[in-house]
Design a binder for this molecule. Sequence first.
Ligand SMILES: Nc1ncnc2c1ncn2[C@@H]1O[C@H](COP(=O)(O)OP(=O)(O)O)[C@@H](O)[C@H]1O
Ligand SMILES: CC(=O)N[C@@H](CCC(=O)OP(=O)(O)O)C(=O)O
Length: 297
Amino acid sequence: MLWSNDLDEAVRKAQVLVEALNWIRRFRGKYVVIKLGGSTLEDRDAINKFLTDVIFMETVGMHPVIVHGGGKAINKAVEAAGIESRWVQGRRYTDPETLQIATDVLAHEICSSLVQEIERQGAQAIGLHFDSENSLIAEKLILKDDSGNPIDLGAVGQVSRVNCDLIKEKCRSGLIPIIPSVGLDENGNRYNINADTAAAAVARDLEVEKLVFLSDVSGIYLDPNDPETLQSHLTIGRVRELIADGTISSGMIPKVEAALEALDVGVHKVHIVDGRKPHTVLLEIYSNTGIGTEIVQ
Ligand SMILES: Nc1ncnc2c1ncn2[C@@H]1O[C@H](COP(=O)(O)OP(=O)(O)O)[C@@H](O)[C@H]1O
Ligand SMILES: CC(=O)N[C@@H](CCC(=O)OP(=O)(O)O)C(=O)O
């Protein structure tokens, strides 16, 4: 027999499921791109809980696609090889040795371990990259300095096209695609790509419902030292003001710039949530109270 407290708890759980029902119906059959960054990838327990959320999404009919980076792991691996990383406008200068290390870490270590963990939890995933089935078609990224002269970044690329047919075919077969931020050009050359921009390109080409960035903060703050100043809802215009007045700085800049690009080309909503806290993705998507920052048109 259930005691009154147990019954209240059971009813509360049922209410959570009913609340989720509306969102599950709304998002069934829709694509969502989730970008996993270096800071989140450092916490194994958080990653495993996040992957449970992704499996939940797939099970209730949404099509989650994971795009990941791994900047911190690449830092460690290049340091161990005696190479000093050099950053140009937020991108890692990528010489041939760095490229080999970065692509190994991204595709053979991180992507493979994400696929394995999803399989361990009883679902199916597939890595879509250069040495299996490539999904990011890339070209060399040419940035300019203040005088308009091209800067040499080595093998740093940008996504020119996404193989959406391949990604959709995998989703339709019940697989969760995992895409590391490495691309191949038409001649088979590999490129190291900033993972925030890679995720935005996949979101753009797949015409997704949502793009979610997992980070090591709860979202965008007005004062980065005060969690009380978390902004739960921002428009593109307001985000531009916050970049201009310096409120948004450092690693948050490429993330929000990628977010704005995705919104400009039709992605409905971008979310930034804390990847270190359990189940933030589920709460952001399947409950009435989002817990990070959402950015809309
Ligand atoms: N206004 C802001 N609100 C929240 N975080 C900010 C803000 N401005 C800068 N940041 C910084 O951006 C960082 C997130 O970017 P980054 O380190 O590149 O994340 P990731 O590795 O998850 O991609 C935060 O840890 C924080 O230090
Ligand atoms: C060109 C370039 O800078 N590529 C990034 C790719 C990984 C990445 O972006 O990882 P995070 O999402 O963890 O930052 C790098 O080499 O670190």
